[in-house]
Design a protein. Structure first.
Length: 146
């Protein structure tokens, strides 16, 4: 619970250690924070880990949620929704693409994903240059006249 903090007036998961031991801070949208708050209240959690593995007999099991446990949760939810061949990484990629479609800056998506290189983020999103909608066409520097 200590990792869930407010920074720059926004909820975040602070100082997350990711792949390659890179440290990053991940913003948490308000709707996600509300869902976490509901879970914390329902599970009567007052400290420590927010998400824990639970056995079929509904007992806390192990120290933390494993990548394999997340995979099983995603697979079960996909099955209930009638979605075939969905993996956790598909959700990560979809989040990135939705952020991009909503006008998110490539650099900010790079930070969100924890990519060391913006080229990795571009490949991830399938970005292609759009010459018909060139980003430098409307800078307000147009010359007047013929």
């Amino acid at each position: 619970m200590a990792d869930l903090q407010v920074r720059e007036e926004h909820w975040v998961i602070a100082d997350l250690i990711g792949k390659g031991k890179h440290i990053r801070t991940v913003p948490v949208p308000v709707w996600a924070k509300r869902a976490v708050d509901e879970w914390i209240a329902a599970a009567a959690i007052d400290g420590g880990l927010i998400f824990r593995r639970v056995s079929r007999s509904e007992r806390i099991w192990g120290e933390r949620v494993t990548p394999k446990a997340i995979w099983h949760v995603v697979k079960a939810a996909a099955k209930r929704a009638g979605i075939k061949d969905l993996a956790p990484h598909d959700l990560r990629r979809t989040c990135a693409r939705l952020c991009h479609l909503a006008g998110g800056e490539l650099e900010q998506i790079q930070f969100l994903l924890g990519h060391a290189s913006v080229q990795t983020t571009e490949r991830y999103l399938g970005c292609k240059q759009k010459l018909s909608q060139a980003v430098n066409d409307n800078l307000g520097l147009e010359l007047e006249g013929p």
